[in-house]
Design a protein around this ligand. Structure first.
Ligand SMILES: Cc1cc2nc3c(=O)[nH]c(=O)nc-3n(C[C@H](O)[C@H](O)[C@H](O)COP(=O)(O)OP(=O)(O)OC[C@H]3O[C@@H](n4cnc5c(N)ncnc54)[C@H](O)[C@@H]3O)c2cc1C
Ligand SMILES: NC(=O)c1ccc[n+]([C@@H]2O[C@H](COP(=O)([O-])OP(=O)(O)OC[C@H]3O[C@@H](n4cnc5c(N)ncnc54)[C@H](OP(=O)(O)O)[C@@H]3O)[C@@H](O)[C@H]2O)c1
Length: 541
């Protein structure tokens, strides 16, 4: 069987556009992929249009070290290797930025650019803070940090991390992960009906008078590990639960101090010092990011100990080899204008099975199972970078949020209801099945009756034979969607970054091209302009 040759990637980016060959190649590929083009009938973009599309970051100015301030790798859908290629030849601080997951999610306490600048200037020593980048990012940062002064940065220890966290606390408690405040857990209510394949909870907290927030912000919580998992680790280590570590017990530190998720390279390195023969080689290979038995992605801390069973590290050295337990962020689903002390979240519970053991997402199961009404926990508000209601309350808004992506839009609607904002509000919501997964159904019906929610468009992916997604509904009602946009509506997207956000953007381009009567190129430029002017905002993960 002969394989048809791949069509050449169309040259959408002109040669006189201000990019390197690599950047031009990447942009050509990116837009060919985005537009599913085979090169037929497509006009190349002008130099100005393509320059407008190149990701460049606010506050990013050339700093005299040969960098032009552009960040073509600032795209969370690109794999790390591709991002590093795009950053090749750039100054170290910029290559460090390319190693980050590019989500600007704030979980590390910075955005991607600030985290890399802090590492480069040695204000930050912790190389393992990028949650979405995980081990891959930590490994690349470790390699890059060797260029800092010719020697690798010392691996930050749990004690050093704690010390770093107390060096520069933000002014007000509750305003950053390094200076959290206390909140009380109030309640959880299941949002899916019995029989759903999903487990999603409406969670409420009492903030007291401690914390202020705005709709669009995210809420950081410090979870604890499942004590049963900590006990299983202690049993596998064959160590005493009350072994003293820095004034606390081994069990306590395993519950609230360290991550028991993906086993870090340092743990395998530690095992390689202790194990003998073939197992030493395997541990070394795993520490170097190799996968000698094809099971590396399944190895959480407990599975790693079990794989090297009989290796008995000193409990203190073991704890030092683990990553610190990180806080998790959730889009806030309430408005302080309704009740400034009460804050809500919409949380999807992460549980999945590997072999016979069910693995638990730390924070989502902490909220779903372990925390009890009245319990207090450490929390903070992560200010949104560019995800907010229009300043003008008369401006119409279009909100696209399938699944838990609905969270910030519930907050927007509550805010607009409480402030009696006259602007029209259109929500696209979707999930698996209408009978089981219609979150906030009664509330949305109430807001529709009260004319706060002007329009509600629903997409159920598993009701029929064919999957219907929010972007399908956007195309169905494209004429009206375009009319709202032409009248100045702001467009918001929240939820899955990997597929949904890209597909929604593609649908928007199609709607603009079809009903705004534009070429595809002009529609792309129109959507880019919407983004640049703050009229197309995303909170995607
Ligand atoms: C700004 C922002 C806003 C967010 N808003 C929300 C929100 O409103 N609602 C919400 O629910 N979440 C939201 N998230 C995601 C949230 O922060 C957590 O990432 C999520 O709850 C999982 O955390 P966890 O601690 O429960 O799981 P973790 O312990 O972190 O485990 C998750 C990891 O488990 C692995 N995993 C998960 N499923 C599988 C599987 N089936 N097979 C194999 N491995 C798997 C993956 O490696 C995944 O990264 C948001 C994230 C950000 C950055
Ligand atoms: N603010 C944030 O950053 C944020 C917000 C929400 C969620 N999240 C994260 O995203 C994950 C999933 O969230 P979730 O459980 O709420 O819902 P989800 O798994 O994203 O599913 C919601 C709906 O989207 C559909 N869907 C799947 N692929 C799609 C695509 N390409 N385009 C459009 N729709 C698509 C699903 O259909 P099928 O499953 O039938 O294909 C389902 O009907 C969670 O792990 C959460 O952590 C982050």
């Amino acid at each position: 069987m002969s394989i048809a040759p791949r069509p050449p990637v169309p040259e959408l980016i002109p040669e006189n556009a201000p990019f390197t060959i690599e950047q031009r190649t990447w942009l050509n590929g990116f837009f060919a992929g985005l537009l599913s083009l085979d090169g037929a009938g497509i006009k190349p973009l002008s130099a100005a249009e393509s320059a407008a599309l190149m990701p460049s970051l606010p506050g990013m100015v050339p700093s005299g070290d040969g960098d032009d301030g552009e960040a073509p790798w600032h795209d969370q859908t690109l794999p790390l290797a591709e991002r590093m290629n795009l950053a090749e030849g750039r100054p170290l601080r910029r290559r460090m930025m390319a190693a980050m997951a590019q989500q600007d999610c704030g979980q590390c306490g910075y955005n991607c650019q600030d985290y890399s600048e802090a590492l480069f200037s040695k204000k930050e020593a912790r190389l393992n803070l990028c949650v979405p980048g995980g081990k891959e990012t930590a490994r690349m940062l470790k390699t890059l940090s060797q260029e800092l002064d010719g020697s690798p940065s010392p691996a930050p220890t749990i004690a050093a991390s704690a010390a770093a966290a107390t060096v520069a606390p933000a002014a007000l408690p509750g305003c950053s992960r390094d200076n959290p405040a206390e909140a009380a857990f109030l309640s959880r209510t299941r949002l899916n009906k019995q029989g759903s394949a999903k487990e999603t909870w409406h969670i409420e907290f009492d903030l007291g008078n401690n914390i202020d927030y705005t709709v669009g912000d995210a809420f950081g919580i410090f979870p604890t590990n499942d004590p049963a998992l900590a006990d299983a680790v202690i049993a596998a280590l064959n160590a005493p639960a009350d072994f003293p570590i820095g004034g606390r017990t081994l069990r306590e530190v395993l519950i609230d101090g360290v991550s028991l998720g993906a086993a870090p390279d340092m743990l395998f390195q530690l095992f390689s010092y202790i194990a003998g023969g073939e197992r030493r080689h395997k541990a070394k290979a795993l520490a170097a990011g190799e996968d000698p038995d094809g099971d590396a992605t399944t190895l959480d801390v407990l599975a790693a100990i079990e794989k090297f069973s009989g290796v008995r590290p000193d409990p203190e050295a073991f704890i030092e080899a683990l990553d610190p337990l990180q806080p998790r962020l959730y889009s806030i689903a309430s408005s302080p204008k309704v009740d400034r002390k009460r804050l809500a979240l919409t949380v999807d519970t992460v549980r999945y099975k590997i072999d016979s053991r069910t693995r638990l997402g730390v924070a989502s199961t902490f909220l779903a199972d372990r925390i009890k009404p009245g319990d207090t926990l450490k929390v903070y508000v992560q200010k949104a970078h560019a995800f907010a209601l229009p300043a003008d309350p008369t401006v119409p808004i279009i909100m696209i949020g399938p699944g838990t992506g609905v969270a910030p839009f519930r907050a927007f609607l509550h805010e607009r209801m409480a402030t009696k904002a006259p602007g029209r509000n259109w929500l696209f919501f979707g999930h698996q099945r209408s009978n089981y997964d219609f979150f906030y159904e009664d509330e949305l019906a109430g807001m529709k009756a009260a004319r706060v929610l002007t329009r509600l468009t629903l997409a159920w992916s598993r009701d029929g034979d064919q999957k219907i997604y929010v972007q399908d509904r956007m195309r169905d009602v494209g004429r009206d969607l375009w009319a709202w946009i032409a009248e100045g509506a702001h467009v918001y997207v929240c939820g899955d970054a990997k597929n949904m956000a890209k597909d929604v953007e593609r649908a928007l381009i199609d709607v603009v091209a079809s009903y705004g009567v534009r070429s595809v190129n002009d529609a792309v430029t129109f959507v880019v302009d919407l983004k640049k002017s703050g009229r197309y905002q995303q909170d995607v993960y």
